[in-house]
Design a protein around this ligand. Structure first.
Ligand code: GYE
Length: 321
């Protein structure tokens, strides 16, 4: 009797457990995420792509990934194809800030939520995206500006700045410029004597710096490069032109990649403002939350700091990108 009762109880527990498993399974319908990446223009971008792919895998999310080769039209095509494939969520890092209304309206009409990562967009209708996960590029520009103010506080100037801009019309290029201007605009000793885009690439940075070196030579006191790849290209160009980066010219850069750190240790970049590309885990959490119907904050800001040359050797071993 005792035995039969135990058997029955065991069967009952087994049944309940398999029902629970069934329920969990039904809930866990795999999420498909379409991600439209900017390109592969920089070390930052490579680390960002690895982070997104790895985090999707770890989160059990089915990732469709495309590379727009830094062209907005390619990104728009990729987003349209994700809409046609009826993915659950679309995420993308917008190449430039403007021109997104039509395609995002199509996504909205198809009831596919859109998450922005890394770069922001300029749209009137804020309902075209759920949230924006990434850095505060204005603040990064201000941080660089504050470093310059502090560094040159006992120097009457003039301090001539040559600026290597990122991709024209991109949020980081616009904001790293504006953030700097906000800090130095009331101090007439700082002058931007040259400003041109190197499209965030090493080759672009090198080419623009070659031209700057020819035109302005020793007049340049500061190179303000919107990312490490362009700073590294500019360093090559300066060395070829007989200018000592980090000594004759102060080099200010962004991202704080391993390449940037190595250049600081070699004495060639003076300060590197951090910008983290490791956005994958935060993105996957947001994707799951959106699918689960949770309310997300409109803006999720990454935590970042500034690294002067003097701390580079000590910090480099802890850097992940
Ligand atoms: O600084 C640069 C990359 O959007 C923050 O894009 C990103 C920028 C980053 O190409 O290296």
């Amino acid at each position: 009797m005792e035995h039969t009762r135990r058997l029955a109880l065991r069967a009952l527990i087994g049944g309940v457990l398999s029902l629970a498993a069934l329920g969990a399974h039904a809930q866990e319908k795999q999420i498909t995420l379409g991600f439209a990446q900017v390109g592969a223009e920089s070390a930052w971008r490579t680390a960002n792509t690895v982070s997104v792919k790895q985090a999707a895998k770890e989160a059990g999310i089915n990732l469709k990934f495309s590379d727009a080769q830094q062209k907005q039209e390619n990104q728009i095509k990729a987003i349209r194809s994700y809409i046609a494939q009826k993915v659950d969520v679309i995420a993308f890092s917008p190449v430039v800030e403007s021109g997104w209304e039509p395609v995002l309206t199509e996504a909205k009409n198809a009831h596919i939520p859109v998450i922005l990562t890394d770069r922001s967009i300029d749209v009137k209708d804020q309902s075209l995206y759920v949230t924006m996960i990434g850095s505060d590029f204005m603040e990064e520009g201000r941080r660089a500006g504050r470093w310059l103010e502090e560094h040159y506080k006992n120097d009457a100037g003039p301090i001539n700045i040559a600026e290597l801009q990122g991709t024209v019309g991109s949020a980081p290029a616009n904001d790293r410029h504006s953030g700097l201007m906000e800090i130095i605009k009331n101090d007439p000793k700082f002058k931007i004597i040259a400003s041109q885009s190197g499209d965030f690439t090493l080759a672009g940075g090198k080419q623009v710096m070659e031209a700057f070196a020819k035109t302005y030579g020793k007049q340049i006191n500061v190179v303000y490069a919107h990312n490490d790849d362009m700073a590294l290209g500019a360093i090559q160009a300066m060395e070829e032109a007989g200018i000592k980066p980090g000594k004759d010219v102060n080099v200010v850069s962004f991202d704080a990649t391993k390449g940037g750190f190595e250049a600081m240790i070699a004495g060639k970049i003076n300060v590197d403002v951090e910008c983290s590309p490791l956005l994958g885990p935060q993105l996957m959490t947001a994707v799951k939350d959106v699918v689960a119907g949770k309310q997300l904050p409109k803006r999720i800001v990454t935590n970042e700091t500034v690294f002067p040359m003097s701390v580079a050797a000590q910090i480099l071993p802890q850097r992940k990108y």
